[in-house]
Design a protein around this ligand. Structure first.
Ligand SMILES: Nc1nc2c(ncn2[C@@H]2O[C@H](COP(=O)(O)OP(=O)(O)OP(=O)(O)O)[C@@H](O)[C@H]2O)c(=O)[nH]1
Ligand SMILES: [Mg+2]
Length: 275
């Protein structure tokens, strides 16, 4: 319909470009997962199948979008960090977040039966998505520390709550009452003294969440790395005027459940915050 008398309506579409040279963080969150987890019989407080499915969907997203350097997931949410120089879709905000959210959701649905073999999907799950821009690496590191601290706080609370209900035979109201105003050390004591649970021995997947890192594959281990090196050597020996190619780094995505609070994780992976 370009050129028709109706085409003026296009001018109402306002550009929504993201500020250049800033870190893009996208966070997706399951919509109404309180009900979704109940209806699909998620184990309380943590369902390993559900968490692995989230990791799988996030890996699909990171394989598709090579500008995403890091993912962090807990419960029904996943955060993704894009490299600062990312020019994906000319940094159009809604194009990025809608494509990301829809790919994550379809990957979640497509792989559901791998993780929930005996539980058919009863209705289509959905996720919301948002983008936040951060000006420097300090805020990016603090963002991920914030999410992992949240994982810890929620998991310690939920673990203690469900121990009181499932093993301590308290009603949910009584369990909430017992936990009201308690600090971490008191919850640890309740777990240890009443249920012989050492919180630090609980699976790190539950305590720390999932960290998906785009790892650099050393050139010697990557076929692409080798060919890039050959390109450089070739361009020098042939004495052509072609610009010499920098070897392209080759990446793989690894999943771990490590500590990302503070600086040491980032010092071990400095390229995550480079341009
Ligand atoms: N049993 C169980 N429930 C889970 C698990 N992971 C997530 N959930 C549920 O998902 C909810 C996620 O929290 P929210 O995102 O705040 O709740 P929500 O219902 O999704 O609400 P909105 O995000 O606002 O739509 C938790 O409160 C749990 O009810 C799990 O491993 N086991
Ligand atoms: Mg949610």
């Amino acid at each position: 319909m370009a050129g028709s008398k109706f085409a003026y309506v296009k001018s109402f579409e306002i550009p929504d470009l993201l500020l250049p040279k800033t870190f893009i963080v996208a966070r997706l969150d399951g919509h109404g997962f309180h009900r979704f987890s109940d209806e699909h019989g998620f184990v309380k407080p943590n369902d390993e199948r559900a968490l692995r499915l989230m990791d799988h969907a996030a890996t699909v997203v990171m394989q598709e979008f090579s500008d995403i350097m890091l993912g962090f997931g807990e419960s029904d949410e996943f955060s993704f960090l894009f490299r600062k120089s990312c020019t994906l879709y000319n940094r159009r905000s809604t194009k990025i977040i809608s494509t990301l959210t829809s790919l994550f959701t379809s990957a979640y649905v497509m792989n559901w039966s791998r993780y929930f073999e005996d539980m058919p999907l009863k209705y289509p799950p959905s996720f919301d998505g948002r983008i936040v821009l951060y000006p420097s690496s300090t805020e990016v590191m603090d963002y991920f520390s914030w999410r992992q601290t949240d994982t810890h706080i929620n998991n310690l609370y939920n673990t203690t709550f469900w121990a009181l209900v499932q093993q301590g035979e308290k009603t949910p109201t009584q369990a909430h009452e017992t936990l009201r105003g308690t600090v971490s050390s008191q919850k640890n004591e309740i777990l240890f003294n009443n249920f012989e649970i050492n919180y630090n021995e609980i699976d790190s997947r539950f305590r720390k969440g999932s960290v998906l890192v785009r790892e650099v594959v050393p050139p010697s281990l990557s076929a692409e790395g080798k060919s890039s090196e050959a390109d450089i050597a070739g361009s020098v020996s042939a004495k052509t005027l072609k610009p010499s190619k920098k070897p392209k780094p080759v990446y793989k995505i690894t999943v771990c459940h490590c500590d990302i609070i503070g600086k040491s994780f980032w010092e071990e992976h400095p390229y995550l915050l480079e341009s």
